[in-house]
Ligand binder design. Structure first.
Ligand SMILES: [Zn+2]
Length: 96
């Protein structure tokens, strides 16, 4: 897959990169989906990118499966995650 990358002029803020917890690739934050912990300790898609606390980043649904398989959620959320509702998360990723 080709990632469209625009060369930002100097005066523009460089696009910060984040690591996808599923595939481990570093990608511009703007193309990743941010996950945050909801009040019940479940990872949720942070659509507004404003939820407080630690976030984790995913490329998409495919990387969610990889992240679950690699059991990286607990580490990504520093053990604060209570449970993982994968179906719910998959549905949310589908719509984003
Ligand atoms: Zn990924």
């Amino acid at each position: 897959m080709v990632i469209k990358q625009i060369c930002a002029p100097d005066r523009q803020r460089p696009n910060p990169e984040r690591t996808c917890i599923g595939c481990g690739r570093r990608r511009p934050k703007s193309v990743l989906i941010r996950l945050a912990l909801g009040e019940d300790g479940q990872p949720i898609v942070d659509g507004r990118k404003g939820a407080a606390g630690r976030g984790a980043y995913l490329c998409g649904k495919g990387c969610l499966a990889a992240a679950v398989k690699r059991k990286v959620f607990q580490r990504a959320f520093r053990g604060k995650m209570k449970q993982l509702d994968r179906k719910n998360l998959e549905a949310a990723l589908e719509g984003s």
